[in-house]
Design a protein around this ligand. Structure first.
Ligand code: TYD
Length: 206
């Protein structure tokens, strides 16, 4: 039995990271062996590319090529082997972030991104994508309390509304794998929503 491939998505400040660890524990309690990873990143090479993407100035095509190069390495060396061994992979961001940030945010052509996606992923898609959806203004308030911003976190609310629209467009295209979480409210309220999704979508492996 191959492992489940689960991704977490949302604009910066939507709060997805705080639910990743709880999700890992929830899955482990139900018998899943879980590998937690992130994008861009997840291998030594992909982490190098992450540094460049987050901190060096570049245009949207370069961004897209670098995140897909990082993704190729991550998929080939980490994600695919783990799934083949039956391990559940829990990934902080994946290709939907490229459609949302480079596509929605930067205005880069979705058609080109689809082509890169097809080359790099060879049909691999997450089984479940948990999208933490929050209005950009509310996410900006949450981000203001956080550490020093990277190239994306420096962007204004209009950029993040476009990123949010990018996620919405992907969710409309592939509704069967998407679970939208209303990310408003306190942590416990949002976690209860996440748990409902996990209960409905993740098999018990005990
Ligand atoms: P993020 O996942 O929010 O990590 P942290 O919580 O450590 O800041 O940061 C990754 C950033 O990279 C985020 O702003 C979105 C951006 N990104 C893209 O622009 N394209 C992509 O394909 C991916 C995976 C991320």
């Amino acid at each position: 039995m191959t492992g489940l491939f689960i991704t977490f998505e949302g604009i910066d400040g939507a709060g997805k990271s705080s639910h990743l660890e709880a999700t890992r524990e929830w899955l482990q309690a139900r018998g899943h062996e879980v590998l937690g990873t992130r994008e861009p990143g997840g291998t030594p090479l992909a982490e190098l590319l992450r540094e460049a993407v987050l901190h060096r100035p570049m245009d949207a095509l370069t961004e897209a090529l670098l995140v897909f190069a990082a993704r190729r390495d991550h998929l080939a060396r980490v994600i695919e082997p783990a799934l083949q061994r039956g391990i559940t992979v829990l990934c902080d961001r994946f290709t939907d972030a490229t459609f949302a940030y480079q596509g929605g945010g930067r205005g880069f052509d979705f058609g080109v991104l689809r082509q890169l996606e097809a080359w790099v992923q060879q049909g691999r898609q997450p089984d479940l994508t948990v999208w933490f959806d929050l209005p950009a203004e509310e996410a900006a308030v949450r981000r203001a309390a956080a550490r020093s911003p990277d190239r994306f976190e420096q962007q204004g609310a209009d950029f993040f509304e476009r990123v949010r629209s990018g996620y919405q467009a992907r969710a409309d295209e592939q509704p069967q794998r998407y679970a939208r979480i209303d990310a408003r409210g306190d942590r416990a309220t949002v976690w209860a929503r996440v748990q409902r999704v996990l209960e409905a979508r993740c098999v018990d492996r005990r």
